[in-house]
Design a protein around this ligand. Structure first.
Ligand SMILES: C[S@@+](CC[C@H](N)C(=O)[O-])C[C@H]1O[C@@H](n2cnc3c(N)ncnc32)[C@H](O)[C@@H]1O
Length: 406
């Protein structure tokens, strides 16, 4: 616990806490580039995050608690702002009532100020220089936009946000920070309506594939940095080079950054019809559902079943069954312990044998030495997106889903 110091005013506390924050990130090796360090030193994150929610330590379903200067006091609020944490500013796409903020449970975060070290990692991956032009998708609180304005000049920054209320608050925050970039309200999956392509494109929301508009609106030779997600899990951070306006290719540069998904691509709330107890064919399988939660095998399973979703359900006899459902083709796999309780069995049905697909790709991945996500790359063309292992032409590859509205 830090003792409150009411004698210090806000500016004095910020003058103390922000350099400390920069020092911590630097010491942890998370803020290496001097230009981005200067940006983090120069941008007042507290102007972008006057009010937010953070997860509490309470057990069970995550409970989020409100955090504002008025509620907790100036110093605790600023300490949270100048920490390497994601600060949540919206749930379920609805504006929050800050007149009487209450703890929130069972809701999905839909806007935030992303963890600064992740933002900086992505910005650094842009290989941007003085005056580089950039389009950002996912303005959120405006903090990452402000960092880019500091580094590249506000005239070179366009940022797109799908939510008008979020954009209005970001505009005010950026104004308080002293920046006036071009802000666009709209579905960024369809682009930023640029007349001239940007040299760099960055997305701070997860996408199921790279929207073709992002390739079209990035200069040939330019870079796209974005995180890919599926409905099972996050895939990773990719950096692609736009080859010639018709093709972009590149590699995963980090595994599993947890980004909220583009709103238009969120999984439908309804799982649809569940398979009946006697539907499908039962067989033994060497792989239990635990692989879905492991970092590397989970990555492969996400690629093998691009439209799948999963949940656990306790059967009448008390056994836990893991359902894997693909609503795009009505295929299913239900995993449970075998009779002896030592191995696994799967009951599969529908046109695609989902678990057989997972087994097939796991075997390929094992044969290649079970490499980490950074051994994978991806290629984007107007009508086809593929993730490949090792080599775009010769390695095994997986198609990403076609995305309506992108
Ligand atoms: C993680 S937050 C962005 C964090 C932000 N860059 C910051 O530093 O504060 C993701 C944002 O993406 C926005 N978003 C979701 N889908 C979008 C879309 N299709 N186009 C543009 N923005 C979108 C959300 O409303 C949310 O504000």
């Amino acid at each position: 616990m830090t003792e409150a110091r009411p004698d210090l005013d806000l500016d004095e506390m910020v003058a103390e806490l922000r350099p400390e924050f920069v020092g911590r990130l630097t010491a942890e090796g998370k803020l290496n580039a001097p230009e981005w360090r200067a940006a983090v030193e120069g941008v007042p994150r507290h102007e972008c995050t006057p009010r937010f929610y953070v997860p509490s330590d309470a057990p069970g379903i995550t409970t989020y608690v409100p955090f504002t200067r008025e509620l907790v006091g100036t110093e605790p609020w600023l300490r949270r702002v100048y920490s390497d944490e994601t600060l949540i500013t919206q749930f379920d796409g609805r504006d929050l009532d800050w007149s009487d903020p209450q703890p929130i449970r069972g809701a999905t975060p839909t806007s935030s100020s992303t963890m600064p070290s992740l933002v900086v990692q992505m910005l650094d991956a842009l290989n941007a220089d003085d005056g580089t032009t950039v389009t950002e998708y996912g303005t959120g609180t405006g903090y990452s936009t402000a960092l880019m304005c500091h580094r590249l000049g506000a005239a070179n920054v366009t940022s797109v946000e799908t939510d008008p209320g979020v954009t209005a608050r970001a505009r005010d925050a950026l104004d308080r920070c002293g920046y006036a970039p071009r802000l666009v309200v709209g579905n960024g999956l369809t682009g930023a309506d640029r007349r001239v392509p940007a040299e760099r494109t960055i997305a701070t929301m997860g996408v199921r594939g790279i929207p073709w508009a992002w390739v079209r609106e990035t200069e040939p030779g330019g870079l796209i940095v974005a995180t890919l997600r599926g409905w099972l899990r996050s895939l990773g951070l990719v950096r692609l080079t736009v080859e010639d306006g018709r093709h972009a290719t590149g590699r995963f540069i980090a595994a599993d950054p947890a980004f909220m998904m583009a709103r238009q691509q969120e999984a439908p709330r309804n799982f649809g019809m569940l398979p009946g107890d006697d539907a499908g064919k039962v067989r033994e399988t060497p792989h239990g559902p635990g692989l879905l939660r492991m970092p590397d095998s989970g990555f492969v399973a996400q690629l093998a079943m691009p439209n799948a979703r999963t949940f656990d359900m306790t059967a009448d006899d008390g056994t836990v069954q893991t359902y894997v459902l693909d609503a795009a083709n009505d295929s299913f796999a239900v995993l449970s312990r075998d009779g002896a309780g030592t191995g696994w069995k799967v009951r599969e049905g529908g046109p695609v044998s989902l678990w057989a697909e997972v087994e097939h790709f796991l075997a390929l991945w094992h044969a290649a030495g079970s490499p980490a996500a950074t051994a994978f790359g991806m290629s984007v063309e107007p009508d086809c997106q593929r993730v490949w292992l090792d080599d775009p032409e010769d390695g095994p590859s997986w198609r990403l889903p076609v995305m309506p509205g992108a």
